[in-house]
Ligand binder design. Structure first.
Ligand SMILES: Cc1cc2nc3c(=O)[nH]c(=O)nc-3n(C[C@H](O)[C@H](O)[C@H](O)COP(=O)(O)O)c2cc1C
Length: 200
């Protein structure tokens, strides 16, 4: 773990934790290789997710690990659902590859209490977003890379049923692995001036 952590980009003069936050970028499955994060690394990522701001401590999220042989089962599910949705053979194989290629896939499941007396749904969703972000930042700090993905698959009942209990929402999947190339910005981002201004 120490070896991969050394890949985190150094930014001169910044506290290391901030340099880590400022150098995280997403990396898709085709640029992720073995080894994926082990138990110890995944537990640190989950610990970081649990440090997200969370009104009333509802913990409105769960992470389900897909690794080892489970990847084959997820691939088969993706392939079957793709065929049922009318995709051709080649497209169905591409969907299967999405489950097979990343060393570890982490399903993100939200459990939003719509009737909570104190915490409205949007605050619970904010906690889910914070958890995802902290999880990804922890992965980056440990030298791994990954990407949060959703797409039409999260709305397929057979796939939802494979991950969710009643009342839960399948948000998507975080692909994780060792980066095979340096992470870099995928597209232009908003500037600080777009999001930070004085209130008058
Ligand atoms: C809940 C959620 C779902 C997402 N789903 C997708 C997706 O299906 N496809 C995609 O290309 N990006 C998706 N993204 C965006 C990427 O994960 C990523 O943030 C984006 O490509 C920007 O890259 P960056 O993280 O390096 O800034 C999703 C992000 C979130 C938070």
């Amino acid at each position: 773990m120490a070896q991969v952590a050394a890949q985190v980009m150094a930014i001169d003069g910044l506290p290391p934790a901030l340099a880590t936050l400022l150098s995280r970028h997403s990396l898709g499955g085709k640029h992720l290789a073995e080894p994926g994060p082990d138990d110890a690394a995944l537990q640190l990522m989950a610990q970081a997710a649990l440090r997200a701001p969370d009104h009333a401590g509802l913990v409105p999220f769960r992470f389900k690990l897909v690794r080892g042989e489970a990847r084959g089962r997820l691939a088969a599910l993706f392939e079957r659902v793709a065929r049922e949705a009318g995709k051709d053979e080649a497209e169905a194989r591409i969907d299967a590859e999405r489950a097979l290629r990343p060393p570890v896939t982490v399903a993100v499941v939200a459990r939003i209490d719509l009737g909570h007396p104190l915490v409205p749904a949007h605050e619970q969703w904010a906690a889910v977003g914070g958890a995802i972000t902290n999880f990804l930042n922890a992965a980056h700090a440990l030298g791994f890379a990954g990407k949060m993905l959703s797409g039409h698959k999260v709305r397929q009942p057979a796939i939802q049923a494979a991950f969710c209990e009643a009342g839960e929402t399948l948000v998507g999947w975080i692909s994780l692995g060792t980066p095979t190339r340096a992470v870099s910005p995928g597209h232009a981002k908003a500037g600080v001036g777009d999001v930070l201004s004085d209130w008058n």
